[in-house]
Write a protein that binds this ligand. Structure first.
Ligand code: ATP
Length: 311
């Protein structure tokens, strides 16, 4: 449905999106997850034809967005980060106005507006002006706008940004409902958001893809990772490191605080199995004292932090 290849965007000398490639199949809810400034909005603006790429290719249903911008825009609905709405219009009038600019036939227009008002739960506010709506309701009007022409693909830039927890849940439910029929590409910097809504997550950092996998696979991979914190007396970091890095499943060690005779270190494990017995067997054969021995399992959040932290 969507094919993105080596997509790159420079703002003058600054590379905001750096050769990213991915495909989105029909019917998938894909989350583009990344911290502020990662390049999410830039990617979405290029995918919806609002920003020209510096290089790379975007095909929407095999149509190049740069060569067929109008045709592609008919297939896509786009909800930008702050939906541009006319605040002095009634919701009802605004939806009719959007239907007219989308050239909906008069015979289908009332039915479509009714369906969207039901789907986006707008019936209670149809006769209110947009300016007096809460942010959550404004976002629903923006969603209804993006869906007016019944597009096959919806691109939603931070759809729950700035909403309170109840509003977030409501918008999430609407997105999931829409996702049963449409292909959805949404961006967020909130991990729980991506976890709750998306079939697949692409983690983007400094314009590059840091991870791309099915949501459940990412969560499972995270669950398979753990860190064992050790505090040892009577050994140097090099000695402990040499002893335990040979254990299958330990990917690396990291030196922590050192004080007097004691040394703290972390052993990073890439297997689901608890490697403490294997470490203990090795340390038991040395004259060192083991003062601390704690295993922490890794969550998707710590993986996200590892992938996106500075440096
Ligand atoms: P946020 O979550 O804060 O919205 P984002 O992941 O959407 O961030 P972008 O808005 O795509 O990130 O910005 C990516 C980088 O490009 C940032 O460093 C930003 O400062 C820079 N940038 C964005 N737009 C421009 C522009 N018009 N001119 C120069 N630099 C820009």
């Amino acid at each position: 449905m969507i094919h993105v290849e080596n997509l790159t965007k420079y703002y003058h000398q600054f590379c905001a999106v750096d050769q990213i490639s991915f495909d989105v199949p029909k019917g998938e809810i894909l989350g583009l997850l990344g911290p502020n400034g990662a390049g999410k909005t830039t990617t979405m603006r290029m995918m919806t034809g609002f920003l020209a790429p510096s290089s790379g290719e975007i095909l929407i249903k095999n149509l190049s967005i740069t060569e067929n911008p109008l045709e592609v825009k008919k297939i896509m609905g786009y909800l930008p980060e702050s939906a541009p709405l006319y605040h002095d219009m009634l919701v009802f009038d605004y939806l009719h106005y959007v239907a007219d600019i989308r050239e909906l036939q008069p015979s289908v227009k009332p039915g479509r507006i009714r369906d969207l008002a039901d789907l986006c739960a707008l019936n209670d506010v149809m006769h209110k002006t947009i300016g007096e709506l809460s942010k959550g309701y404004k976002q629903r009007v923006g969603l209804a706008h993006a869906m007016m022409s019944d597009p096959e693909i919806l691109v939603l830039d931070e759809p729950t940004s700035g909403l309170d927890p109840n509003q977030i849940i409501e918008i999430r439910e609407i997105i999931k409902k829409i996702g049963k029929e449409k292909t959805i590409f949404l961006s967020t910097h909130i991990l729980t958001e991506a976890e709750a809504t998306c079939d697949r997550i692409i983690i983007i950092h400094k314009g590059r893809i840091a991870a791309d996998d099915r949501t459940e696979k990412l969560i499972q991979t995270a669950g398979n990772k753990s860190v064992i914190n050790l505090c040892v007396q009577g050994a140097t970091f090099e000695e402990v490191n040499t002893l335990i890095t040979g254990i299958p499943g330990i990917s690396r060690t990291e030196k922590g605080e050192e004080g007097g005779q004691t040394l703290k270190l972390k052993a990073f494990c890439d297997v689901a199995e608890d490697l403490r017995p294997a470490i203990y067997e090795k340390i038991k054969a040395t004259p060192w004292l083991l003062l601390e021995f704690v295993r922490e399992t890794r969550s998707l959040e710590t993986i996200f932090r590892d992938l996106t932290k500075e440096n």
